[in-house]
Design a protein around this ligand. Structure first.
Ligand SMILES: *Cc1c(COP(=O)(O)O)cnc(C)c1O
Length: 389
């Protein structure tokens, strides 16, 4: 009955009596738009009767590696497994110290906890919510075995500085690209900057499957080979287990087949997301309200996030206007109940401040122009009270 609801896959009603007409996502639309692609994929996979890994997954891995500008792609069960497997594949093990951010939904922390590695949190930039290179530099000086950079909300703007810092320190960098598939800096895609990268194909991501899916990407054959072994029981050969930390986390052939079709539609869909976020950012900035969105190829607008003072009030007005919203994410990792015994090695003032004031508004490619206008109109009303910072 009242089970745990999957993240943001379902429409949300924020107040009784006020139906939210425009939700932060609506998977009916992309599913309907892609119906023939999906049925074709399904019939191909059923015809081949090969359901876990196999030729369809091989084909997707080749196409996705090329898209990301890496030599290797390893399809896995989900994005969190991808992070854990990527970390293990670059050498993280029990007791390793992993620098990461505390404002990115707990995924990198969950991967660390699974390995019994120790997260050390780095504060973020107030302009984007992404990792602050100066803070990373301080963390690296304290001794770090690996770094996870999350391209939060689809923005990867600081990757150049961050990858240089890691290179200079001789510390492997893992990119969390779950929100940034298709983004690029200097023509170099998200996922091609680190020693390895993790992707999620959870249905609401910019490149979504019909269920869970993920990938580890790397241009280091050794790292990719290790990831390939870890996703399948730690086998180095069939029924021969040699790797510590192996498990079963394979990408389904059906998901791979759907993802192959959707990959060809990703860039126009990302462009549409940018267009919507740009319209929202204009309304916000006209009212002195900041967004964490900056237009450009380095940003694929997975979420469109505003920074507001009186979040509850803004959300209340939005609901009145039929517009849903969400918070990505309300609780920093280090404040989660499961981290009660954890102590920070340095304060995270920007992380704390943003957690109290960020607000995500609808920004998915299938929104119509009329709906985008409605979102913008609702925001004009909601922000009229000067809920800005
Ligand atoms: C969604 C997401 C993940 C995890 O992906 P799953 O497939 O849900 O496990 C990891 N990192 C970020 C930033 C994400 O948004």
């Amino acid at each position: 009955m009242a089970g745990v609801r999957p993240k943001d896959a379902n429409p949300s009603i924020h107040a009784r009596g006020s139906p939210v007409l425009i939700t932060v996502n609506d998977l009916h639309r992309s599913t309907a738009e892609d119906a023939s692609l999906i049925l074709e994929a399904l019939s191909r996979v059923v015809g081949a009767a090969w359901f876990a890994l196999g030729p369809e997954v091989d084909a997707f891995e080749g196409e996705f590696a090329e898209f990301v500008g890496a030599t290797d792609c390893v399809g896995v069960g989900n994005g969190t497994d991808a992070l854990e497997i990527a970390l293990r594949s670059v050498g993280v093990s029990e007791g390793s110290v992993v620098a990461t951010v505390s404002n990115a939904g707990f995924y990198s922390t969950a991967a660390c906890l699974a390995i019994r590695a120790l997260p050390t949190y780095v504060d973020v930039l107030p302009e984007t919510g992404g990792m602050d290179p100066a803070q990373l530099e301080a963390a690296l000086a304290g001794g770090v075995d690996a770094v996870v950079v999350t391209h939060l909300y689809g923005e990867m703007g600081e990757i150049r500085a961050i990858s240089q810092l890691c290179e200079r320190a001789g510390v492997p960098l893992v990119e969390d690209c779950a929100q940034a598939v298709g983004a690029a800096v200097d023509g170099r895609p998200a996922g091609s900057w680190g020693a390895a990268a993790a992707f999620s194909f959870y249905p609401t991501k910019n490149l979504g499957a019909l269920g869970d899916g993920g990938a580890v990407v790397s241009s280091d054959h050794g790292i990719a080979q290790l990831a390939r072994e870890l996703r399948q029981y730690g086998w180095t050969a069939k029924y021969h287990v040699e790797r510590v930390g192996g498990r079963n986390s394979r990408l389904d052939a059906l998901q791979a087949a759907v993802l192959r079709g959707r990959l060809t539609k990703l860039q126009p869909r990302n462009a549409r997301r940018r267009e919507i976020a740009t319209a929202v950012a204009r309304v916000a900035s006209d009212r002195g309200v900041r967004t964490l969105f900056a237009d450009g190829p380095q940003n694929v607008a997975h979420h469109c996030v505003l920074v507001v003072d009186d979040r509850d009030e803004v959300r209340r007005v939005l609901v009145e206007e039929g517009v849903g919203s969400d918070v990505h994410y309300p609780t920093p990792d280090h404040r989660q109940p499961v981290m009660a015994n954890f102590s920070l090695s340095r304060p995270l003032p920007v992380t704390e401040r943003l957690a109290a004031s960020i607000l995500s508004v609808p920004c998915y490619p299938e929104l119509t122009d009329t709906e985008v206008e409605q979102v913008c109109g609702a925001l004009e009303k909601a922000l009229a009270g000067g809920h800005n910072r």
